[in-house]
Design a protein around this ligand. Structure first.
Ligand code: LCV
Length: 259
């Protein structure tokens, strides 16, 4: 594998993002390695998955590879998008997926962390969800991950400001299960994973699936779904989306006009 490394320790599967030159951006290449890794750990009956970056990184993941975002006029977060497929694979994994976070977490990587069953971080961690920074038409299922996990006012502040949330605040508002010192992060996470592997795997996978089914059972009428998709199209067709991506690639501040 080119962009991740994997390791199995007993019934624990570990996936490490390892593309530092691109700050572990969630490119199709990286994600196309994560999904088979999850499948492989499932075959090996790993009960717990740890998703992590290398110990010394500044950035856990820079989020979607912006260079791969679809051009205006096409939905950037379509159902078969590599990140959407990865999020579904994490939700469907028959055991807890723990995000072990050292460093900053951006955009789609923040959604990834919020889709994991638990998040354990050290004080270097920070979390930013960034569609409004780039003019992206975020998807409704993605918004649901935040709406399920956080108080609406906190989730809205994260989306509307796109500001990174510090580790200290992340533990206060419920993004984190635990905030531990840098030097204890790996041992603490492994200890929790190890503890879980001593419990009944069938019961664990049932309860995880019950959580997934209940949390996704958010009633929305077909007409409302169509309406939201129409609103999303207005955004991903907009001049602002084009400006957001172009400004990022040109390393300048975007100038939004609301069209
Ligand atoms: C491609 C990148 C990226 C990147 N893609 O290093 O959630 S949504 O809807 O927004 C979704 C669409 C999404 O996830 O969008 C991506 C959201 N991610 C971000 O907003 C983070 C953008 N990146 C940054 O703010 C900085 O790069 C951080 C703070 C991560 C690191 O800053 P630092 O000064 O250490 P540079 O900014 O110099 O980045 C190093 C190289 O990585 C590229 C960036 O363009 C630069 O490329 P060059 O070496 O060609 O100059 N890069 C960074 N993030 N998400 N490429």
């Amino acid at each position: 594998m080119q962009f991740i490394s994997t390791e199995q320790r007993g019934k624990i599967g570990i996936i490490t993002f390892d593309n530092p030159t691109k700050m572990n951006a969630l490119s199709e290449g990286l994600l196309d390695e994560v999904i088979p890794a999850l499948e492989d750990f499932k075959t090996k009956k790993c009960m717990v998955i740890i998703l992590r970056a290398k110990p010394d990184v500044k950035v856990w993941s820079a989020g979607h590879d912006i260079k791969e975002l679809s051009k205006p006029g096409r939905d950037p977060l379509f159902y078969e998008n590599a990140l959407e497929k990865t999020l579904r694979a994490i939700e469907a994994y028959p055991g807890p997926v723990i995000a072990m976070v050292h460093g900053s977490v951006w955009g789609g990587a923040c959604d990834l962390a919020m889709t994991c069953d638990m998040v354990i971080a050290d004080p270097t961690a920070k979390f930013a969800i960034t569609p409004v920074k780039i003019g992206v038409a975020y998807n409704t299922w993605g918004v649901l991950h935040f709406a399920k996990r956080l108080q609406p006012n906190i989730a809205k502040e994260m989306f509307f400001t796109a500001d990174p949330v510090s580790a200290e605040r992340a533990i206060q508002v419920g993004i984190l299960n635990h905030l531990v010192p840098v030097e204890q992060l790996e041992a603490f996470t492994m200890e929790m994973a190890q503890k879980i592997t001593c419990n009944a795997p069938l019961s664990i996978s049932l309860i995880k699936e019950q959580f997934r089914t209940l949390q996704n059972a958010t009633p929305i009428s077909p007409i409302d779904f169509e309406r939201l998709q129409g609103l999303r199209r207005t955004v991903y067709d907009s001049k602002d989306y084009n400006e957001g991506v172009t400004a990022f690639l040109e390393k300048r501040k975007p100038i939004y006009i609301g069209e």
